[in-house]
Design a protein around this ligand. Structure first.
Ligand code: NAI
Length: 348
């Protein structure tokens, strides 16, 4: 009896401990391009995250606002984190300026790069944005090789493979390079909410494939509100999610692409990464190296854990429309992945 009691006690203790709320994490986070249209509101939302202990805003000497100014502004939020600004020079390698902000960082959010103008596709931005991303990713490889790198810069479909291959060649973990596609999920949830009258807070439509045009595949059938959409509406809703970014580009009339909704989505993803690092696992869709289809990179749900991506989940069951669309996704995505792989080949 005594033995049984002794055995039971540690079990009960462990159970009680598991129920105790885990303490908030203390993670240094960096936002590269932190003074841009996405960068500023993203930095603000990250400064409000309970898991962030230090936020570094990095941007160039030509940015629309000095990083020190954005930092000085955000430092007054009544939150625990400290905020610092760091500035780089346009024509010099970011590596020269980033040792201090990147050393010890656990999460680096990268919205640095040019946004689309009306008439431009995400692919039109590739060369210039890939060069920007490469400089920043090389600095991360040197100063914070264990950090999760959340790539917001477009075209995500090509930039992530390019940067993940560069990480591989350096002997680093390519799964640390993650493409942020959360805005597609946010949009799909919102549009299903509008259509069905349900609260979008409780809608979670997985969006798989990639993050450009036809490669964006919302899987409405896997959400309980999404599956209420009448079959004849689904192709239009699918297109609405695919075109939503272009709708913002056109409405902004040459002055940029989605910034505020992107900052919201980027912070949702960033917070999920930090939550995972602190031991509270979260599942989000993201674009990364993957074996769930025959393509080497794909967006699907991933489990975020103490080291970043812990598991890449299967895409689950698709209905007839989604199965057909998956084939279309693969054709376009393959070409965009290949551009990224070629870039890595030519630039390493
Ligand atoms: P923006 O032009 O307002 O801001 C970009 C910022 O990056 C500027 O402050 C600029 O100085 C900075 N920057 C440029 N080169 C840099 C470098 N080498 N190092 C550090 N900072 C650098 O552009 P916006 O609207 O914030 O968009 C940023 C990127 O995000 C674009 O590539 C855009 O296409 C992409 N984007 C991605 C989305 C997604 O869902 N993943 C959605 C919307 C935009």
């Amino acid at each position: 009896k005594v033995k049984a009691k002794a055995k039971a006690e540690p079990k009960a203790k462990a159970k009680a401990k598991a129920k105790e709320p885990k303490p908030a994490g203390n993670y240094p986070v960096v936002v590269c391009g932190g003074c841009g249209g996405i960068g500023q509101p993203l930095a603000m939302l990250m400064a409000m995250d309970k898991n962030v202990s230090e936020l570094c805003i990095y941007d160039l000497d030509i940015s629309p606002m000095p990083p020190a100014g954005v930092a000085q502004d955000l430092i007054h939020l009544e939150r625990k984190c400290t905020v610092k600004g760091y500035v780089g020079k346009l024509n010099e390698p970011p590596m020269n300026f980033m040792e201090e902000p990147l050393t010890g960082a656990h999460l680096v959010l990268i919205p640095a790069g040019l946004p689309r103008k009306p008439g431009q596709t995400r692919d039109d931005l590739f060369k210039i944005n890939a060069d920007i991303a490469k400089g920043l990713v090389e600095a991360c490889a040197k100063y914070c090789p264990e950090a999760v790198l959340a790539m917001i810069v477009n075209p995500v479909n090509s930039i992530v493979p390019a940067m993940a291959e560069l990480y591989k060649k350096k002997g680093l973990d390519p799964m640390k390079i993650i493409g942020v596609t959360t805005l597609d999920i946010v949009r799909a949830n919102k549009f299903v909410g509008e259509e069905t009258g349900k609260n979008p807070n409780f809608i979670n439509v997985p969006v798989i494939g990639g993050h450009a045009g036809a490669t964006i595949l919302p899987v409405f059938s896997q959400d309980k509100a999404g599956k209420l959409l009448p079959a004849e509406k689904v192709p239009d809703m699918d297109k609405h999610v695919q075109d939503a970014g272009t709708d913002v580009v056109n409405a902004k009339n040459g002055k940029g692409s989605a910034t505020l909704s992107m900052a919201y989505a980027g912070a949702r993803f960033g917070s999920a990464v930090l939550s995972g690092l602190s031991g509270r696992r979260r599942t989000e869709c993201a674009y990364c190296a993957s074996t769930v289809t025959d393509l080497p990179y794909f967006a699907q749900p991933v489990v975020l854990g103490p080291k970043g991506i812990e598991k890449v989940l299967p895409i689950g069951e698709l209905n007839e429309h989604e199965t057909k669309r998956l084939e279309e996704v693969k054709v376009q995505l393959k070409g965009e992945i290949d551009s990224g792989l070629k870039y890595a080949e030519a630039n390493s």
